[in-house]
Design a protein around this ligand. Structure first.
Ligand SMILES: *Cc1c(COP(=O)(O)O)cnc(C)c1O
Length: 249
């Protein structure tokens, strides 16, 4: 795969930032509230270096082995004080939590209690803390991971289960709950995507009301094709790959 130059990434970053600003304008939000996570999955580490030169500091990886490897490779080039923040954006298998404990700075896809418990144990062991988002599945697509909340407004069982999960995870040492993450369904109309994002925000508000001592006020939602909708519906973190780096093939 051919890597784009730092100059091209810089131009694309400017274009993405412009869209972020416009979406913030429409929603009456401040662009400084939005963290743009640049998704570098599948690309070689040279891309991260070019992106760094273009000014990017937040990197997202889907597979934790890849995150751990690239983090080491990038650190070898740029040093420990590069200011880079590494986001694990894909779900973790419970046997791989150790890699996230050691190498991830944020985790966007916490989708099972078992993973939460293992992470917590590991984090206590190495004295780190891991800001995390619970992944919720509001589209009801079986192919999507995340806690099943596809009908949370009508279904008291789904609500009660999620509240219990949030309550338990909030009490696990090491895991620092930030909020909710969701993925929009594929290939659907923008109104349907918007609806999923809006319902995710409302779910966060509901949880926050139910559990005032928990922190669930941040939202990771929006990718290349839908980050503007994500921002309009309250995203604090967007995860963007192709708009910055081109198609992964
Ligand atoms: C790949 C990926 C993204 C970025 O997708 P793009 O369409 O390239 O912007 C965002 N979030 C997750 C969880 C991903 O796996």
């Amino acid at each position: 795969m051919e890597i784009v130059s730092a100059k091209i990434i810089e131009d694309r970053l400017t274009a993405v930032q412009e869209k972020i600003n416009q979406a913030c304008d429409r929603a009456g939000r401040d662009p400084s509230e939005i963290i743009l996570v640049a998704v570098t999955k599948t690309w070689p580490t040279a891309l991260n270096i070019a992106a760094y030169e273009a000014g990017i500091r937040h990197f997202g990886e889907n597979r934790v082995e890849e995150l751990a490897r690239k983090r080491a490779e990038v650190t070898a080039v740029l040093g420990e004080d590069s200011g880079i923040v590494w986001h694990q954006i894909g779900t973790l298998q419970s046997r791989k939590t150790g890699l996230a404990v050691d190498h991830a700075d944020l985790f966007h896809a916490l989708d099972r209690m078992k993973v939460a418990q293992r992470l917590s144990r590991g984090l206590v062991g190495n004295g780190r803390s891991l800001p995390s988002f619970l992944e919720v599945n509001l589209s009801g697509e079986g192919s999507k991971s995340g806690f099943d909340t596809h009908n949370w407004e009508e279904n008291a069982t789904q609500r009660t289960q999620l509240r219990k999960v949030v309550e338990e995870i909030s009490q696990l040492p090491g895991i620092q709950l930030h909020g909710l993450m969701t993925m929009a369904p594929w290939g659907v109309a923008p109104e349907i995507i918007r609806n999923v994002f809006r319902r995710t925000r409302e779910l966060g508000v509901w949880l926050q009301n139910e559990l005032p001592n928990a922190t669930v006020d941040q939202l990771s939602m929006g990718m290349t094709d839908d980050f503007e909708i994500g921002i309009e519906e309250g995203a604090t973190h967007i995860r963007v790959g192709r708009a910055l780096f081109g198609s992964r093939k």
